[in-house]
Design a protein around this ligand. Structure first.
Ligand code: ZLS
Ligand code: CA
Ligand code: ZN
Length: 380
């Protein structure tokens, strides 16, 4: 295996339970937990499981879910099934935002508790100093709210993990590179200065979830501790990487987080079924490599990503990046589902040729300046 040039040698832990891949949102639904199995196969086919500490994760307990979610909502998730949904009291579907985006499917509670348990396990390894970088690709479900699901997310594993980290860490930095705004995490920590949230996302006021303009900056004690980077369609590799680095570098220097959570939603890649950006796998991974280079403990989670073959390519590449290993382009001969990766059978397909870049140089420069002015508030 070829190593990137870096003297930093962190202990990397990988948190996964294969059961999480077996849940189904529905045939037409774009969220496919199966992509997690595809990722796990690719990670082990490249031999990465041999250089990490592997943990089969357990489910979060009800009490753990209640650290963020309301009793009423968690009890509903525990009770509801596709069969008894129509017998629930009138208004239940509306109250809990149940519908096409967040359907009730078989064993929904077990699925939610499983991906949340994995992020909690990962956070515990960081807290106990048994790991420097902990990975949970099944997590990253950043839209879930205290009392309802939203945008394919039922429980918010990120909020739960951050609440756990806050027991020991004075300052947590949350970085979200999913195509969508990380609204659930932002909202949960909007009034505190102990968590800084930043999200890069497509924004036009209408695109889901409709929030995340640059004027959302936090309030009360949390004023200036939330940042939003609203982007137009078609952003390309160089523009994204330059913007990302020029904001994140001074942010980390000023805020001095003691731990970082990075949400690596793969729907910001080009050619994503729900996406509208033009990023290639190496550009997305460059953002992960950059965060790693600060040598601060990291919890890395997944998120969106609706073209399963590219989700698994991306998260495998990023597992390599986090282990300081550059993976060869040619996919291993013996991978399961090899046909899904044709015709190129490469880890790095060309994904940047679909959308026109609607982010002008001027727009991006104004955005960068606005963000840097925001960061100046942190310096007091
Ligand atoms: O960040 O845009 C919406 C809301 C609607 C339009 C879609 N209809 C179904 C509901 C009302 C305004 N929802 C988004 C949610 C995106 C969640 C992203 C999650 C994350 O990546 C983190 C995991 C949305 N975009 C696309 C769809 N929903 C969507 C597309 C196709 C389908 C199939 C199943 C269901 C109905 C037909 C559906 C939703
Ligand atoms: Ca985002
Ligand atoms: Zn998304």
């Amino acid at each position: 295996m070829f190593e990137f040039g870096s003297a930093y040698c962190p202990r990397v832990s990988y948190h996964f339970n294969p059961k999480v891949s077996n849940y189904h949102y529905g045939v037409k639904h774009p969220m496919k937990p199966f992509r997690l199995m595809l990722t796990d196969h690719l990670v082990s086919s490249y031999g990465l499981h041999k250089i990490m500490d592997l943990y089969e994760t357990r489910s979060a307990t009800k009490d753990e879910l209640l650290d963020f979610h309301s009793d009423d909502y968690v009890s509903f998730l525990q009770k509801v099934t596709p069969e008894n949904l129509s017998k629930m009291p009138r208004g239940t579907l509306e109250k809990y935002n149940i519908g096409d985006d967040c359907p009730i499917f078989q064993n929904l509670y077990d699925y939610s508790a499983l991906y949340a348990g994995a992020s909690l396990d990962a956070s515990r390894k960081l807290i106990n100093n048994q790991s420097d970088i902990a990975i949970n690709w099944s997590g990253g479900l950043h839209h879930a709210k205290k009392t309802n699901p939203s945008g394919f997310c039922y429980v918010n594993d990120i909020v739960l993990a951050i609440l756990n980290l806050l027991r020991y860490h004075p300052r947590v930095l949350y970085i979200d590179i999913d195509l969508h705004h990380g609204d659930g995490v932002q909202e949960a920590f909007y009034t505190t200065d102990r968590v800084f949230t930043i999200s890069f996302h497509k924004y036009n006021g209408e695109f889901f979830p409709g929030t995340g303009n640059y004027d959302e900056i936090g309030c009360a004690q949390g004023k200036h501790f939330a940042m939003n980077v609203p982007l137009e369609d078609g952003i390309d590799d160089d523009s994204y990487i330059n913007l990302f680095k020029s904001i994140i570098d001074p942010l980390i220097t000023s805020y001095k987080p003691t731990v970082i959570i990075q949400q690596c939603g793969a729907d910001s890649l080009g050619h994503d079924r729900l996406g509208c950006f033009n990023l290639n796998i190496k550009a997305h991974g460059e953002c992960v490599k950059f965060i790693r280079s600060f040598g601060i403990p990291m919890l890395v989670v997944g998120g969106g990503g609706y073209t399963p073959r590219n989700v698994s390519r991306l998260w495998t590449y990023e597992t390599g990046v986090l282990n300081n290993v550059l993976l060869p382009a040619e996919l291993p001969e013996d991978i399961p589902f090899r046909d899904s990766f044709g015709p190129d059978h490469s880890l790095y397909p060309v994904l940047d040729d679909l959308y026109e870049n609607k982010n002008s140089k001027r727009y991006l420069e104004d955005l960068r300046i606005r963000c840097l002015e925001h960061i100046r508030y942190l310096q007091g």
